[in-house]
Design a protein around this ligand. Structure first.
Ligand code: ATP
Ligand code: MG
Length: 222
C-alpha cells in the first residue's frame, strides 16, 4: 500500500500546488506537468505489474501455446532494450549452445526475458556486457542471463525475488524500479513448471532460469 500511496500522494500534491497558483508561472507549470506525467506513467506500470502478479497467483493466466525457438525470443527481447543499450554503449551477446524449441506462450517467455535482460542493462554500468546463454540437457532447458555490472550484494541474495524488494533502495530508486520484476519472472517461470535462481558461483547477479524441456504437458494442465 505504501508503494501505491506514495505516487498518488505526489500526483495529488503537484496538482493542488498548481491549482493554488503555481500554474500562473509557465515554467513551473510545464515542470510540474512533466513530473505528473512521469509519475503517472510509473504508477501505470506499477498497477499493471500488481494486477499481473495477482492474476498469476490466482492462476488466471491464459496461455497461448505454440512452438517457440528460445534464441529468437532472446533476440526479440534484445530489440526492446536496444535504445538503452546504445545509450549506455553496452554489448549484448547470445550464446546458443543448443537449438532449443519449446511448446510455450511466447509472450510469457518474453516477459521473463525482458525482466532479466532489463535488470542486466539497468544494473550494469556504461560499456558493460550482457550474455544470454541457451542450453539444453536431457529434460531441461537452461537460460542464463549474465552481466558484468554492480552485482547483487551478498546480503540481498536470498531476498531479491520477493515482491517490492530492492537490493539498494537508494540506487534502485534512481533507476525507477519497484522491485517487482524478479517476482513476476519467478511466478511466470513457476507457472511453467520451471525454476529461477541466482547462479551461486557467479558473484555478479547471474540469473538462471530452468524450464522443463517437455513443458507442454505441465503448461496445458494449468
Ligand atoms: P522493477 O523490475 O519492478 O522495475 P527492480 O529492477 O528494482 O524493479 P527486480 O527486477 O525484482 O526489481 O530486482 C530486485 C532487485 O535486485 C533490484 O532492485 C536490484 O537491486 C537487484 N538486481 C536485480 N538484477 C540485478 C542485476 N543483474 N545486477 C545487480 N542487481 C540486480
Ligand atoms: Mg527489474
Amino acid at each position: 500500500s505504501h508503494e501505491l500511496r506514495t505516487p498518488v500522494t505526489a500526483l495529488k500534491g503537484f496538482a493542488e500546488t498548481l491549482l493554488d497558483g503555481a500554474m500562473e508561472d509557465p515554467v513551473i507549470l510545464k515542470q510540474f506537468l512533466e513530473i505528473i506525467l512521469a509519475e503517472s506513467t510509473r504508477l501505470n506500470l506499477l498497477v499493471n505489474d500488481i494486477l499481473e502478479l495477482s492474476k498469476l497467483e490466482q492462476r488466471q493466466v491464459p496461455l497461448a501455446l505454440q512452438q517457440v525457438n528460445i534464441s529468437e525470443a532472446v533476440l526479440a527481447t534484445f530489440q526492446l532494450v536496444d535504445q538503452k543499450v546504445k545509450e549506455k554503449n553496452m554489448t549484448l551477446e547470445l550464446v546458443e549452445k543448443d537449438f532449443v524449441t519449446l511448446h510455450t506462450d511466447p509472450n510469457r517467455l518474453k516477459q521473463i526475458l525482458a525482466n532479466l535482460i532489463n535488470n542486466a542493462v539497468v544494473y550494469t554500468q556504461a560499456g558493460g556486457h550482457i550474455t544470454v546463454t541457451v542450453e539444453k540437457t536431457a529434460d531441461q532447458v537452461h537460460l542464463h542471463v549474465a552481466d558484468n555490472g554492480i552485482g547483487i550484494p551478498e546480503a540481498d541474495l536470498g531476498r531479491v525475488f520477493e515482491r517490492f524488494y530492492r537490493a539498494d533502495k537508494a540506487r534502485s530508486r534512481e533507476t525507477g524500479g519497484y522491485g517487482l520484476g524478479l517476482s513476476l519472472a519467478q511466478h511466470i517461470v513457476e507457472a511453467h513448471g520451471g525454476s529461477i535462481a541466482l547462479e551461486p558461483n557467479e558473484p555478479r547477479g547471474t540469473v538462471v532460469v530452468t524450464l522443463p524441456a517437455n513443458a507442454s504437458k505441465r503448461v496445458d494442465s494449468l
